[in-house]
Design a binder for this molecule. Structure first.
Ligand code: SF4
Length: 390
């Protein structure tokens, strides 16, 4: 089976106010030992889980977090060498191998270790170059040297390079985009801020200490971002992702095309779409319990397993596929469901096509239609629920 590998590093220097990923602040005391135990556990889990899968062909590898760049560079080198041995013979040629990194911890030593270990794509979390935005997000790094630091990374990193931004926090969002483009990345992700329940940002907004970004501003930021990046040579290929030609994230594209992936590490999710039953697993969201369960070989404590129903599997193809400007991958869809994607939702497609918001030949929303993605998906869900005929 073709597979992507995701490895979760659950450490950050501090917790950002909007973040609901599983990550814990890395304390100075015991930091080295904890990192070492984690990478040993990650390698055991990788080797064990790959060994039970048949004919694996790894298409992409992604080290995410958390903040992978916080890892001790020597430990990262050691980890990458051992990971290379485990995955030798399984990786396709020219595999895309990404690591995430954050400005404060993306040192020369980290970049050297990453590059020597075979990583060929860097995804840098900048989020904003604006002090008030960074404060709103609870990001601890300052803006004084953020641009210089990113510029230095750009000049010393010889491989592909992507920047993550959060767009539409204030009216000056174009300035962030201008600064990002000046760094000449191959790829830019410009996400909208989602205020997740349970985060400090949500609590501050509820208590009236901070303002929720306005929907109107966010909508106009999507349009403004799209048009600015298009003029700057970046094509939109997913609702929040833009790239130079041929530099799309292959790893994330595989998620949106509903291709199988193996997730390693605390909180990591895996989805196996090429086997019956279709299965999704989620690892425990606790780094200490994760390490402990791995050392005991205790899978019950380590992860939960869900069997996806045919209906949920079908729904997810629409939810993920319509995020992309290229739409649903009909080859994959027809292999799995035996029909064109329009077969299951004829009324929704006809209605959205009449409004000029959907292109049937591409199985995709138009660029204007993408502004209403959530509404389209609600219609898709309602029609599929009323038919329940997959
Ligand atoms: S750096 Fe990223 S993963 Fe870490 S707390 Fe901030 S948003 Fe979350």
């Amino acid at each position: 089976m073709t597979l992507s590998l995701y490895i979760h590093i659950p450490f950050c220097s501090s917790k950002c106010a909007y973040c609901d990923f599983y990550s814990v602040p890395l304390k100075k005391t015991d930091s080295y030992n904890l990192q070492k135990k984690l990478i040993d556990a990650l390698l055991i889990e990788t080797e064990t889980r790959l060994s039970v899968l048949e004919k694996v062909s790894l298409q992409t590898i992604f080290i995410g977090g958390g903040t992978p760049s916080i890892l001790n560079p020597d430990l990262l080198s050691n980890f990458l060498i051992r990971l290379g041995k485990i995955t030798a013979g399984l990786c396709k040629n020219n595999i895309e191998f990404t690591t995430e990194a954050n400005i404060g911890s993306c040192t020369e030593d980290f970049l050297d270790a990453a590059s020597s270990g075979g990583i060929n794509r860097l995804s840098l979390g900048v989020q904003s170059f604006d002090t008030s935005n960074l404060e709103q997000l609870g990001r601890k790094c300052g803006t004084a040297d953020i641009f210089d630091s990113a510029a230095e990374i750009r000049s010393s990193w010889p491989h592909s390079f992507s920047i993550d931004l959060i767009s539409g926090l204030n009216r000056n969002y174009i300035e962030d985009l201008e600064k990002a483009v000046r760094l000449n990345p191959d790829h830019i992700s410009a996400y909208q801020l989602t205020v997740e329940d349970g985060t400090p940002l949500h609590a501050d907004i509820t208590a009236g200490k901070k303002k929720r970004p306005s929907d109107t501003l966010q909508s106009s930021a999507i349009r403004g971002t799209c048009s600015f990046l298009k003029k700057s040579g970046y094509s939109r290929y997913e609702i929040s992702n833009y790239s130079r030609p041929g530099m799309e994230s292959r790893h994330n594209t595989r998620y949106w095309q509903m291709q199988s992936y193996l997730g390693i590490g605390p909180s990591a999710v895996s989805s196996f779409y090429d086997q019956a039953p279709i299965t999704r697993t989620e690892n425990i969201r606790d780094v200490i319990k994760y390490i402990d369960a791995i050392s005991k070989g205790d899978n019950d404590d380590l992860r939960s397993t869900e069997i996806l129903s045919d209906f949920d599997f079908l729904v997810e193809h629409y939810l993920m596929g319509y995020r992309m400007t290229a739409g649903i991958d009909e080859t994959i869809f027809q292999e799995r469901f035996g029909k064109h994607s329009s077969f299951y939702i004829p009324e929704t497609i006809a209605g959205w096509q009449r409004k000029g918001l959907f292109c049937r030949s591409r199985s995709a929303l138009t660029s204007r239609g993408l502004m209403f993605l959530d509404r389209m998906l609600a219609d898709v869900y309602d029609e599929l629920s009323s038919n329940k005929n997959p």
